[in-house]
Design a binder for this molecule. Structure first.
Ligand code: AMP
Length: 287
C-alpha cells in the first residue's frame, strides 16, 4: 500500500451497506456514493473508502491492502484470522444458532453428537462443538442452509438468525446460540507507521456517534421547588445541569438519558411540575 491516506474496506453489497454508510456520514465524513466507483475519497479527512464484498473485507485488512475494515463478528470468527477488534458498531446484530427440525428428538446441543450439521460457518461451528466436546459432522454450504434438513442433507443446521422468523418458516427450532454478532471495526495486526493518529481520530468520531445514538438530550423548565422530584425521576449516573431562568424561582434542567429510558418519562416529568419538555437526539457524545 503506497497511499498516505487511511484505507477503510467496507461491504459493497448486502445488509451492512446502508447502516455502514449512514454511520460514516453521521461521523461527519463527506464522500461520494459508492455506486459510481470502487473507491471513494473523503473530502474532509485523509481517508479512502474501498467498497468490497463483505466476505473479502478481512482479506483486504489481513493482506495490508486496507488499514481498517467494517464487517461482522461472525465473519471475523469464521475467518480464523487474528485481527484486533477496535469497535463494536451497534448494528447488523444477529446470532449464530444451532437449530433442528421441530420434530427432532434433540433438546440441547449435546444431543447433536454424531449428527450432520449444515452451515456456512464451518470454522465457528467446529470450534464451538470441539470446545463442548461434542462430535458432529459439519456439512459446509455457502447458502440455503435453512432448507438443508428438509432436503435430507443434514440433521440440523447452524445459521445466522436475527428475528428467528426464517427458522420458524422452515419448521426449525433453535437449540442454542453459538455466538452473538454485530458490525465491527477491525484494524491491522500492525498498523502502518504514521497512521496511528488518523486511526484514533476515526475511532473517536465513530465511537461518539455510537454513544450518541444510545442516548437522548432532555431539556425542561421547572419551578425550583420541583427539582428534587424531577431529579429523582431522571435516570442516569450523572447529575443534571440546573440553570437559573430569568423568572424568579424557575430553572432549566438539562440531562442526558439512555434512549431506552425515555419511554413515558416526559409524562412523568410533566406530572412532577416540569414544562416545555424537549427530547432531542444527540449527534455525537464523548464521555
Ligand atoms: P449479507 O451481506 O446481507 O449477507 O450480510 C452480511 C452480514 O450481515 C452477516 O455476515 C452478518 O454479520 C450480518 N447479519 C445481520 N443480521 C443477519 C441475518 N439475519 N442473516 C444474515 N446475516 C446477518
Amino acid at each position: 500500500m503506497t497511499s498516505d491516506r487511511l484505507q477503510l474496506a467496507v461491504p459493497n453489497k448486502g445488509r451492512l451497506v446502508e447502516p455502514t454508510l449512514t454511520l460514516l456520514r453521521d461521523a461527519g465524513l463527506i464522500f461520494e456514493d459508492h455506486a459510481r466507483s470502487l473507491v471513494s475519497h473523503c473530502e474532509d479527512f485523509p481517508l479512502d473508502i474501498l467498497f468490497v464484498r463483505t466476505e473479502d473485507v478481512l482479506e483486504f485488512v489481513g493482506d495490508g491492502v486496507a488499514d481498517l475494515g467494517i464487517t461482522g463478528t461472525n465473519l471475523l470468527a469464521e475467518s480464523g484470522v487474528n485481527l484486533p477488534l477496535l469497535l463494536e458498531l451497534g448494528y447488523g446484530r444477529c446470532r449464530l444458532d444451532a437449530a433442528v427440525p421441530q420434530d427432532s428428538a434433540a433438546r440441547s446441543v449435546a444431543d447433536l453428537a454424531g449428527m450432520r450439521l449444515a452451515t456456512s460457518h464451518p470454522t465457528a461451528t467446529r470450534a464451538f462443538f470441539a470446545e463442548r466436546g461434542v462430535e458432529v459432522h459439519v456439512v459446509p454450504l455457502s447458502g440455503a442452509v435453512e432448507v438443508a434438513t428438509r432436503m435430507g442433507l443434514a440433521d440440523g443446521i447452524v445459521d445466522l438468525v436475527s428475528t428467528g422468523s426464517t427458522l420458524v418458516m422452515n419448521g426449525l427450532r433453535s437449540l442454542e446460540t453459538l455466538l452473538r454478532s454485530q458490525a465491527i471495526l477491525v484494524g491491522a495486526a500492525t498498523p502502518r507507521a504514521g497512521q496511528r493518529e488518523a486511526i484514533e481520530d476515526l475511532e473517536t468520531m465513530l465511537q461518539s456517534v455510537i454513544a450518541g445514538r444510545r442516548r437522548k438530550y432532555l431539556m425542561m423548565n421547572a419551578p425550583l421547588a420541583c427539582l428534587p422530584e424531577i431529579e429523582r425521576l431522571l435516570p442516569g449516573l450523572e447529575s443534571p445541569s440546573v440553570i437559573p431562568l430569568a423568572h424568579e424561582g424557575m430553572v432549566a434542567v438539562h440531562a442526558v438519558v439512555g434512549a431506552d429510558e425515555v419511554w413515558g418519562l416526559p409524562g412523568r416529568l410533566k406530572s412532577a411540575g416540569a414544562s416545555g419538555i424537549l427530547v432531542v437526539p444527540i449527534e455525537k457524545l464523548l464521555a
